[in-house]
Design a protein. Structure first.
Length: 119
C-alpha cells in the first residue's frame, strides 16, 4: 500500500516525481555497465566505470532527497520487487540499501515522521 489516498491517485503521485526531469540512467542499477548507457562506448569497458556508476547513484539519491513523493516511491517499489530482483535507486535508497533486513521499514518510518513534522 502506497498511502491512505494511493488507491485513487497512484499514477498522480508518480507524475509529481522529481526524477522526471533527469536522465533515467541515473536510477538504473549501478551494476549496469557505462558502455551500455553512454553512446560511443559500446563493446568496450570504459575506464572509470565504477566511478561513473557511483556518480550517477549519488546524483539520483540527491534528487530523491528533495522529492515530494519519495515515500510513495519507496513503498511502492519495495512492495513490487522480490528481494532477488532488487535493482536501481528508488525512493531514496539504492538496491543494496533496500536489500538490508529492516532497512526499508526504518526508512519508511523516518519519511513518515518527517512528513508529519512538516504538517
Amino acid at each position: 500500500m502506497v498511502g491512505a489516498d494511493s488507491a485513487e491517485d497512484g499514477p498522480y503521485w508518480q507524475a509529481r516525481g522529481a526524477c522526471l526531469e533527469y536522465p533515467t540512467e541515473w536510477w538504473e542499477d549501478a551494476d549496469v555497465a557505462v558502455s551500455e548507457v553512454l553512446p560511443g562506448r559500446k563493446g568496450q569497458r570504459a575506464l572509470g566505470e565504477r566511478a561513473e556508476n557511483r556518480r550517477r547513484q549519488t546524483l539520483a539519491l540527491a534528487v530523491c532527497a528533495g522529492c515530494a513523493v519519495e515515500l510513495e516511491c519507496l513503498v511502492e517499489r519495495a512492495a513490487a520487487e522480490p528481494p532477488s530482483a532488487r535493482s536501481g535507486t528508488f525512493g531514496g535508497m539504492t538496491h543494496t540499501q533496500r536489500s538490508r533486513r529492516g532497512a526499508v521499514a526504518a526508512r519508511v518510518a523516518e519519511l513518515r515522521a518527517a512528513r508529519e513534522d512538516r504538517g
